[in-house]
Design a protein around this ligand. Sequence first.
Ligand SMILES: Cc1cc2nc3c(=O)[nH]c(=O)nc-3n(C[C@H](O)[C@H](O)[C@H](O)COP(=O)(O)OP(=O)(O)OC[C@H]3O[C@@H](n4cnc5c(N)ncnc54)[C@H](O)[C@@H]3O)c2cc1C
Length: 407
Amino acid sequence: MKKIIIIGGGAGGFFAALRCKEVNPKASVTILEKGLHFLAKVSVSGGGRCNVTHNCHELSKLLQNYPRGAKFLREPLMRFMPADMIAWLQARGITVKAEEDGRMFPDTDDSQTIIDCFMDEAQRLGVKMLLKTAVQRVEPLPAGGFKIHTPLPTPFEADSVIIATGGAPKLSSLEWLQVLGLEVVAPVPSLFTFNLPKNPITELLGVSVPDARVRIVGTKLEQRGALLVTHWGLSGPAILKLSAWGAHDLACQNYSYQVAISWLPAYKEDELRAFLLAQKQDSKKQIGNQSFELPKRLWHFLLEKALISPLWHWHELKNQDLNRLVSLLCYDVYDAQGKTTYKEEFVTSGGVALSEVNPKTMECKKIPNLYFAGEVLDIDGVTGGFNFQSAWATGHLAGAEAAKKLG
Ligand SMILES: Cc1cc2nc3c(=O)[nH]c(=O)nc-3n(C[C@H](O)[C@H](O)[C@H](O)COP(=O)(O)OP(=O)(O)OC[C@H]3O[C@@H](n4cnc5c(N)ncnc54)[C@H](O)[C@@H]3O)c2cc1C
């Protein structure tokens, strides 16, 4: 009987295992998991609700959500889109719902629903599952096949191996893959929030704006979306996306950089100036009483920063005051020092270099019958269910191809 061993019992590993058995029911499929539980990250994902995929059904749009790996993912995602995941779950009695921002969750709002489904499927299909089995080394054999070394006295043997060990926090955790002669990209965190230590804006904690443009000064990195002020700095979708696209640049700067905010990006600077000038000419109101589209607390904070009293009336505003206010609304700069990992979802950028893997099969180019799935690869997405979608798609493809090749 042909044997397939899957290293890592997370999202990518489980999905690969299930697909192996579906494609080749006669193969022996075993998951080796080093932890005490399978699918541990699925359990905590999306704040315990599991943001299982994203309500995006156009490949080109979907790919725009992967700062690293978009080109590589074209093939796996084309074969397994979010709609396929939704259908896969539905066929197993799980319905999912989309939230306004596109994130999709099981109707139960409970990640255990997904875990139970995967565990039931694995049992139904006859996947063998071993916990507390940390793989230390994979040894390709000259005559084909592999020995898989764990702390157990006897190594496991397999005809094919799928590596799905997830994101590694440091380069040393990937040494066992470098030993195989594989190129590895040094990991850095992605999806984090920005620390602005002791900055007075943090007193506005809880204030959010639905649409801001944030950019890293001195780079081309820029994102637009909702922004949230926290007690340690800045968060919200715009910041998280910026952290993902800037993961490597910001790590190089040791997380010490300047972030510029445009608070009303729907207006060009000239439009904003003309608009405020019109207020100056026509409005008899106090400046502090008219916050336009911004939360009042933020508006007062910005007025103070522009040395304008909220008690002034618009006509009292001098041209230089107005210019300062316009500049601040368009380009408000903060010094960021450090990062805070986003509690809901964080990933590592880096891992096995994509040049080592065939995106049509997920097979290693240098070592036949060795496959990869999930975050162990140098692929990561922004927040919103894109990371799981990548794990499902690469796991699905790796499982199918490994099982098919064994015949
Ligand atoms: C708190 C949190 C919440 C998240 N929420 C979401 C979300 O809602 N939506 C989303 O899309 N993404 C989310 N993510 C990201 C998502 O969880 C990962 O991208 C995804 O789990 C990657 O799947 P994977 O199978 O590659 O890795 P993992 O799920 O990390 O699984 C890898 C498994 O391999 C095991 N392993 C590692 N090394 C070995 C070894 N040597 N031998 C044996 N086993 C080994 C690990 O113990 C682990 O169980 C979240 C991440 C975090 C940290």
